[in-house]
Write a protein that binds this ligand. Sequence first.
Ligand SMILES: [Zn+2]
Ligand SMILES: [Zn+2]
Length: 289
Amino acid sequence: MEKLNLLLNINPNYIIIALLVIFYTLEQVTNTPFKFNKRPQHLLQNFQLFVLFFAANFFFATFQVFCIEWLNNQHVGLFYLFHVPFWIKLIVGVAFYDVTAYWIHRSTHKVPLLWRFHRVHHSDTKVDSSSFFRFHPIELILVFGMGNILTAAIFGTDVLSMVLYYFILNIFLFFEHSNLKYPTWLDRTLGWIFVTPNMHKVHHDQDQDYTDSNFADILILWDRLFGTYKYKPVKNIRYGLMEFDEDKKQTSWYLLKSPFINFKRINSDELASIKKTETNNIPISDIKE
Ligand SMILES: [Zn+2]
Ligand SMILES: [Zn+2]
């Protein structure tokens, strides 16, 4: 218990910076699935979004902890209906935060207003360790942040299991996004229970049939259970969103204002016909509503 407390007391920002240094360096020195120029600029664009989130979350994190502790004090949620041993409560609590995030993530793909914010994460044409940072701050706070309060309200989970959840989540997200060659045997073993990097990369494919799959962050069990699991070899994946496929739409300033710009979402059939047009060398005009 003491060791766990020591671990969870480490400032999560130090862990994130350490993970970035490790994965970014590995991407630089190993034989990666794809290479691209201007890596520092790409990192900077994505990191700028995170800095804004960090500043705004300073207040929200306190509010979140206050709400969860208040709910716990009122004995609200499933855990308060039974006597649950400490360790079970901790581990199952992490799974409960993860399953709520699964459903919230799934709804960000289905509800047009939420997709406007979530597409910032999917617009990255060069998915790598820096994609960890590429989320619209409003989405992280208002959508996923509120999701944790909802988890506590439904299941009675506490702040400690939320801290453990984020500890595990941050490690998973760096593994999942890093531009590293991961063996496929991972998918056939651990991949029955956990999200493997190759599985999350399917979620970043341009083709909506695949974008709308593999929503889980830690446990792929949720996708397997709720029928949204899909697999595609990494070499066949093309990252990003066709509607953001221009350099000027990849800057942090553009991404920040993009939820307030109308784009028609390109579905699988439209993508196939655009690709056909591309091969015929006809220029694609700006696809806007
Ligand atoms: Zn998504
Ligand atoms: Zn992702």
